[in-house]
Design a protein around this ligand. Structure first.
Ligand code: SIN
Length: 513
């Protein structure tokens, strides 16, 4: 960071250099904007790793209403229907816009988009680029577009550590970089920081994705929605590597089957079998593993010899583990993959803090409900980036004063991973959630390097404890059924801390709701 940061004062700031952040910056052009990225653009972020594509109703047998029906069914009663309908209607045009930035989507010989099938979609509607290299290809195109847009200043190697807030309004961002702490004054900040995979031992996401945006918003007093809903992907490559390589749902879409070590197709009693919604399938695989079995994906017949051509990234990960999917079974197990909950936002991405927007996985728009439909998240990021940009551009930017930079420790989420992996996995119960909340409370209140991750984990644990039902990705053995009324949840850090302190005194926090 060599430039004088005061020259950027007053510009809107985007925190995060994944697809949501880059698209928001591009949509804001020619408005001047500052984009802060923890790493070099494209490095260590889950957008680059995305295999699955973008879902949209392009097919002649498809329309946004069918896409909406699948989304609502997967979301298990918790989607915001209006928001979902708006996003899915806007999806085809937004994806065409991406192609306009140079994303080389896979096409038929006649030039129309190739459409793949994924679980719980009733139509072929997933677009990919270079097979399973979709995220990498989108990032390549967007990074090139951002680097050649003069109104976007990208500052790499800068980690946002706190939001400056006065009277519930944003005043700027404290960040740390190689030369020490810096303060960027601005009244308009967009969080596009991704998810929470790094808070789990078994994840398909980069370990550096540990909920930094949630922590920034939490310390700023923002309201969160549906934090308890965490998606586990049923088929991560089972082996010693961490993070785990994803074996895309598209492989099952092309006909691969799940079997166990005896060769038994153990999903026979699961409606939809290999193409059941992700929460249902992840639980079925989890239960089979818990009963002492091993689980494999059998792609030997289909896609068979075509595997490496269709799925070069997965084939390469398998090769690294000594597996040839055209000939060998692929050992799999579920792993943390996506966070449905996040900072609560309205239809323009505005949070409850004035001047703070959120876009992408860090935000909770209401599209995903209790269980995200596959490939709806990149679509959401691309569609919502435009609405966030319009909202930011339509909000007058007022000058803000420089402040002394403050120092905050760099986050180190390691102890938090153990608590979250144990209590907030595929199968949960009240005792485990209480134990996690009690263990996370002192860390969240401390000045320890793990305090931000602990604060995020604590909010999730309390939200999960308060949801006394099983729905979508949130399954509790002590409350195995749906509640009669489906209700989205809301929480703040202050409320989670108070609830966890209360747990210290009374064992019956759940009864209080
Ligand atoms: C996958 O390819 O299975 C993942 C796609 C997604 O998470 O939406």
């Amino acid at each position: 960071m060599s430039a004088d940061v005061r020259s950027f004062f007053g510009r809107p700031i985007i925190i995060g250099g994944g697809i949501a952040g880059l698209m928001t910056a591009l949509q804001l052009a020619p408005e001047p904007v500052l984009l802060l990225s923890r790493t070099l653009l494209g490095a260590d972020n889950s957008s680059t790793w995305a295999q699955g594509g973008l879902a949209a109703s392009f097919g002649e047998d498809d329309d946004p209403a069918l896409h909406l029906a699948d989304t609502l069914a997967a979301g298990d009663g918790l989607c915001d229907t209006d928001v979902a309908s708006r996003i899915l209607q806007a999806a085809p045009k937004a994806i065409e816009g991406l192609a306009g930035f140079g994303v080389p989507f896979d096409r038929t010989s006649k030039g129309s988009l190739c459409l793949g099938l994924e679980a719980a979609h009733s139509r072929r509607r997933i677009v990919h680029a270079h097979g399973d290299g979709t995220g990498r290809e989108i990032m390549r195109a967007l990074i090139a577009a951002v680097r050649s847009t003069p109104s976007i200043v990208v500052v790499e190697g800068v980690e946002a550590r706190r939001l400056a807030v006065r009277e519930n309004a944003i005043r700027g961002v404290w960040a740390s970089c190689s030369i020490g702490p810096v303060f960027f004054g601005s009244r308009q900040v967009v969080l596009a920081t991704g998810g929470i995979g790094g808070l789990f031992l078994d994840t398909t996401n980069p370990s550096g994705s540990c909920g930094q945006g949630l922590a920034l918003a939490a310390r700023a007093g923002a309201v969160f929605a549906d934090l308890e809903f965490i998606q586990f992907h049923p088929t991560a490559l089972d082996g010693p590597e961490r993070p785990m390589a994803l074996v895309s749902e598209a492989v099952r879409g092309e006909g691969a089957a799940l079997i166990d070590e005896t060769g038994q197709a153990f999903l026979q009693s699961v409606p939809g079998a290999e193409l059941a919604p992700r929460d249902v399938l992840a639980r079925a695989v989890w239960n089979h593993l818990a009963n002492g079995h091993r689980v494999f994906l059998d792609a030997r017949q289909r896609p068979g010899p075509e595997f490496a051509r269709h799925f070069p990234t997965i084939a390469s990960a398998c090769r690294g583990a000594g597996i040839n999917p055209a000939r060998d079974l692929i050992p799999i197990r579920p792993a943390q993959h996506y966070h449905m909950g996040g900072v609560a936002v309205d239809g323009s991405g505005r949070t409850s803090v004035k001047g703070l927007w959120a876009c992408g996985e860090v935000a909770s728009t209401g599209l995903h409900g209790a269980n995200r439909l596959a490939s709806n998240s990149l679509t959401e990021a691309v569609v919502c980036a435009r609405w966030v940009a319009e909202s930011v551009a339509g909000t007058p930017a007022r000058r803000t004063r420089p402040a002394v930079a403050d120092v905050y420790p760099s986050p180190a989420p390691i102890p938090v991973r153990v608590f979250l992996s144990r209590a907030l996995g595929i199968v949960r119960d009240g005792e485990g959630l209480k134990a996690a909340a009690r263990a996370l409370l002192p860390l969240a209140e401390s000045k320890d390097a793990a305090s931000d991750a602990a604060a995020v984990g604590l909010m999730i644990a309390v939200a999960a404890l308060l949801r006394q039902e099983s729905r979508g990705a949130h399954y509790r053995t002590d409350f195995p059924h749906h509640a009669t009324v489906a209700r989205r949840s809301e929480i703040t850090l202050e409320a989670a801390l108070a609830a966890a302190r209360e747990l210290g005194h009374s064992p019956s926090l759940e009864g209080a709701k």
